[in-house]
Design a protein around this ligand. Structure first.
Ligand code: PXP
Length: 250
């Protein structure tokens, strides 16, 4: 267990804004460099099948230009596997992907995708990447992720964050307990525990109290806040929120 909780900043939505006009600005790689300068411990980017935000050239530039780990989010497809094997990112986070969704809406169906995951994990490991599976915080997918050779699981925090945002205290508490139990179980079987999706200052601070988490990956909220306070300040405030949570660890 690490006392330091890493912050991975997801820069996808800088590319979303860029693509809205079709030009080169704002540049997500510039955002990644500034995020690192401002205290990010790594950069996360999701190359979606439809290229709605991050593009192939962004991934190549990120790998070449950033000094901190690149966490490459990808669906388990032949195309993405070939790009990951060529790029050799520090980590590959395998996520489910549906064209019609606005964002990654649920965890990976580890059982249902088992046949595809086994060769994919072998290929990515051979390329030297650490393997992370983005899953729901339940024992069955956590255990199966370990059996399939994942190094890391990233627990999907979206359901919890939605319940907090909706003011549904009962559901929020149940979802928080689910995340807490999932983190404890995953760490007990030797997995590195990450979390992400929908986190803001409040939820990141609370989740940081759970001692098994070593990394959060946060994008939408930070990029949104950056409009108002600037990216360095949004990252500084997120870091401070996470540090307040870590300070409360038992
Ligand atoms: N982790 C994973 C695996 C994701 O798919 C996403 C969303 O792209 C995030 C973290 C970041 O979520 P958000 O943008 O809501 O902070």
């Amino acid at each position: 267990m690490s006392a330091k909780l890493r912050l991975g900043v997801n820069i996808d939505h800088v590319a979303t804004v860029r693509n809205a006009r079709g030009g080169a600005r704002p540049d997500p790689v510039r955002a990644a460099l500034l995020a690192i300068e401002s205290g990010a411990d790594g950069i996360t980017a999701h190359l979606r099948e439809d290229r709605r935000h991050i593009r192939d050239a962004d991934i190549a530039r990120l790998k070449a230009e950033i000094s901190k780990p690149l966490n490459f989010e990808m669906a388990v497809t032949d195309e993405m596997l070939a790009i990951a094997a060529r790029t050799r990112p520090h980590a590959c986070c395998l996520v489910p992907e549906k064209r019609e969704e606005r964002t990654t809406e649920g965890g990976l169906d580890v059982q249902g995708q088992k046949a595809a995951l086994i060769p994919a994990i072998a290929k990515l490991k051979a390329a030297g990447s650490r393997i992370s599976l983005f899953i729901e915080p339940d024992e069955a997918p956590i255990r199966l992720s370990k059996e399939l050779g994942a190094d890391i699981v990233e627990l999907h925090t979206g359901t919890w964050c939605h319940a907090v945002e909706a003011g549904d205290a009962t559901k929020a508490e149940a979802e928080f307990q689910r995340l807490k139990a999932g983190a404890a179980f995953g760490a007990s079987i030797g997995l590195e525990m990450h979390a992400g999706h929908g986190l803001d200052y409040e939820t990141a601070e609370k989740l940081a109290t759970v001692p098994e988490f070593v990394e959060f990956n946060i994008g939408h909220f930070i990029i949104g806040e950056a409009i108002f306070v600037g990216l360095p300040e949004a990252i500084r405030q997120m870091r401070a929120a996470m540090d307040r949570g870590v300070a409360k660890r038992a």
